[in-house]
Ligand binder design. Structure first.
Ligand code: AMP
Ligand code: FE
Ligand code: FE
Ligand code: ZN
Length: 290
């Protein structure tokens, strides 16, 4: 048990990763992982192909990363919250409806960003960018970043975010995400568990406060991602303490995106006891073994 290596946050081509769902589970096994979760943004489309390809010795955890927003009722301040959800029923009605709305919203928003760039003379063809995505795929900024890389405007996805696509850069457009409280309820109703992703990743923009974290815990959120590439040591220590006070399960994961990011799969891992706790609390779907 001590040697178990568990990575509970990874993306495939079903959202904005570069490994196919099949490739993702193969990459996980090659990296020596015992457990990997597939957590594409706002879709479960990768679950079935990933499950088909699970090699002997690997456990696949079906999951997703939900795009949610926390709104402070006093100030109106909006903070983007990425909510990992595991082992929920993918056919649960309210969840299906909301995630499908969000994917449509993602397409409208990404096309609008592409059109703005084209209007300014950047070598981006909005139709080409959108047509390259499967119907109903969760379109995201990395897809637009790839178009800029292909056109030679930037050398990599990172530069595309730094110069064009990041929050506060010229072409960034917001999106109408799910209220975080509603997302927690939807996943709980679907028998799943929720873990807030990279809650204190300041490099990504404004972050939630410890008070909001406490409110989400009271609402029924299950855990927090403590060990994440965007958290420095001090942040991890702070989060570890807060999680302890609030009774939240602590996870650690790579947030692997294939070659869209430089972090390898398995770069951060979750303690086996924490993983067991998540599995014990979920009833909506099961882990997959070969
Ligand atoms: P979106 O879902 O369209 O809001 O885009 C957010 C996604 O872009 C995140 O899930 C990351 O995968 C990716 N991302 C954000 N910042 C960067 C960055 N600096 N370099 C590479 N990818 C990034
Ligand atoms: Fe992503
Ligand atoms: Fe995220
Ligand atoms: Zn992620």
């Amino acid at each position: 048990m001590d040697l178990m290596r568990i990575d509970l946050h990874a993306h495939s081509t079903a959202s904005d990763g570069t490994d196919s769902p099949e490739g993702l589970v193969i990459a996980a096994a090659k990296a020596g992982l015992d457990v990997v979760a597939i957590t594409d943004h706002d879709t479960t489309a990768g679950w079935a192909p990933a499950a088909e390809a699970v090699p002997p010795g690997l456990t696949l955890v079906p999951g997703a990363e939900l795009s949610t927003v926390s709104v402070d009722p006093r100030t109106g301040r909006r903070v983007s919250v990425h909510m990992l959800a595991y082992l929920f029923d993918p056919l649960s009605g309210a969840l299906v409806t909301e995630q499908s709305r969000l994917r449509a919203e993602r397409r409208t928003r990404l096309r609008a960003m592409a059109e703005r760039m084209a209007d300014d003379g950047l070598p981006v063809d909005p139709d080409e960018v959108m047509d390259a995505l499967p119907a109903d795929a969760p379109a995201g900024r990395p897809h637009l970043a790839q178009a800029l890389v292909r056109a030679g405007t930037v050398v990599d996805v990172n530069q595309a975010f730094a110069e064009y696509l990041g929050n506060g850069r010229g072409y960034y457009l917001p999106r109408e995400d799910t209220p975080v409280e509603a997302a927690i309820d939807m996943i709980a109703n679907a028998g799943g568990v929720t873990v807030i992703a990279h809650p204190f990743a300041r490099s990504r923009g404004s972050i939630i406060t410890p008070e909001v974290l406490a409110e989400l815990a009271a609402r029924g959120m299950t855990g927090v991602e403590v060990d994440h590439p965007n958290h420095d040591e001090k942040t991890r220590a702070e989060l570890r303490g807060l999680a302890g006070e609030l009774g939240l399960v602590r996870t650690g994961s790579s947030d692997y995106h294939g070659t869209n990011k430089s972090i390898p799969i398995g770069a951060e891992t979750t303690d086996p006891d924490a993983f067991a706790e998540l599995v014990a609390r979920a009833t909506g779907s099961r882990v997959v073994v070969a």
